[in-house]
Design a binder for this molecule. Structure first.
Ligand SMILES: [Ca+2]
Length: 262
């Protein structure tokens, strides 16, 4: 009971400290009718492009409403060549599906690139996309990262909605290169909003994300290893997307945001 009270007090304190500008609750529009069918039809009619870009098939699929407009986006993971998997994000815009972000540069030319963003994401699992309340409002964020034995790369990305289109925004980036033997950092580069800075500037910019109140939302998706049906084929890709749509958790039913925000 005391722990619960302490938690409530902390949340209330945090909510008060954040000011009144950001509402305690998040009210979303209803999802566009038939959204799942629209994404699945897109995968079916563009399967040749998927097969050409990712001949080994995809590593996972999930639906999540990253721009909080009520209708989920489709996030596909590739199979990844290193620590993280590349994310490929599709949005339903005016009844049409567009690729809006891809860790694979050539995707912008392969699909209709009208809404393609140069900001892309690498992540290890769908739960890495976090819904939180920050000074910027209620937003999804991801600490997009990748690495090798000799280097790590981090980019904190916030997901906005620009005129009805999911818009990933690069908040800050960090690149570190290590000496293989000593483990010491030999190269370090930082930038905030694309402008070069130092580690202090990076830390300051990342604070908004670090200090946000996490809503506790866990995005659900399916991964290649979940089913033998997810083969590198049209049927495999469609099965993966159908199953991802079936496990999609709408934010409204998943999180009691009012209690999180105090
Ligand atoms: Ca959305």
């Amino acid at each position: 009971m005391r722990r619960v009270l302490a938690l409530v007090m902390t949340v209330v304190f945090l909510a008060a400290a954040m000011g009144a500008a950001v509402p305690d609750t998040l009210t979303l529009a209803p999802a566009v009718e038939g959204w799942a069918d629209s994404y699945i039809a897109f995968l079916d009619s563009n399967y040749d492009i998927f097969a050409a870009l990712w001949p080994d098939g995809m590593g996972g699929a999930a639906f999540m409403d990253l721009d909080l407009d009520g209708t989920p986006e489709m996030v596909l993971f590739d199979q990844g060549a290193s620590v993280a998997m590349g994310a490929h994000i599709f949005d339903l815009i005016g009844g049409q599906v567009y690729c809006v972000s891809s860790a694979l540069d050539s995707a912008s030319g392969a699909f209709n690139g009208s809404y393609f963003s140069s900001v892309h994401v690498n992540a290890g699992f769908f739960e890495a996309f976090r819904l939180s309340r920050t000074e910027a409002g209620w937003c999804f964020w991801v600490d997009s990262s990748n690495g090798t034995m000799e280097s790590t790369w981090d980019e904190i990305v916030r997901f906005d909605n620009g005129s009805g289109v999911l818009t990933p925004v690069s908040v800050c980036q960090r690149y570190l290169e290590f000496d293989m033997y000593s483990g010491l950092v030999v190269t370090e580069n930082y930038s905030v909003g694309g402008v070069t800075t130092d580690n202090v500037g990076y830390d300051r910019a990342s604070l908004v994300y670090q200090e946000g109140q996490d809503a506790g939302y866990e995005a659900k998706g399916v991964y290649r290893w979940d089913s033998d049906a997810y083969t590198a084929s049209r049927e495999g890709l469609l099965a993966m997307a159908r199953d991802a749509a079936a496990v999609y958790v709408p934010i409204t039913s998943a999180v009691t945001l009012a209690s999180v925000a105090g």
